[in-house]
Design a protein around this ligand. Structure first.
Ligand SMILES: [Cu+2]
Length: 126
């Protein structure tokens, strides 16, 4: 085995992981959001500075997040593994409606502004 061969494989692996990381970052999230509230949806206000937002709903409830500061946000699960697909919240608009059928506690944050200034927990009861 030559010295050259020894170094070639790790370099290729590094490039592959870099491409994977970049494409994961470039993804625009699960949904583009919507302009209006869905009928019957529980609407959660979502803005920079909204921390420890606590909402409790019954299983089967439709939930939507609304940008109340006209800025674009995300609703991103902070569980590992992720408990739900990331949602985009367009500035001044709503996330796509999402029905939570499984009881549990779902912490989330905004991936654009960061968990420090934007985080909450959705609790779904049976
Ligand atoms: Cu945000």
């Amino acid at each position: 085995m030559t010295l050259q061969k020894r170094y070639r494989l790790p370099a290729v692996l590094f490039l592959f992981s870099l491409v994977a990381a970049l494409s994961a970052c470039g993804g625009s999230g699960g949904s583009a959001g919507s302009a209006a509230a869905a009928p019957g949806a529980t609407v959660i206000g979502w803005q920079v500075g909204a921390t420890n937002v606590q909402t409790t709903v019954k299983a089967g409830t439709m939930v939507q997040w609304k940008s109340t500061d006209n800025m674009t946000h995300t609703v991103t699960s902070s569980s590992t593994p992720s408990a739900f697909a990331e949602m985009d919240v367009p500035g001044g608009g709503f996330s796509s409606p999402m029905v939570f059928n499984t009881p549990g506690t779902f912490p989330y944050f905004c991936a654009i502004h960061g968990a420090r200034v934007q985080n909450g927990t959705l609790t779904v009861t049976p």
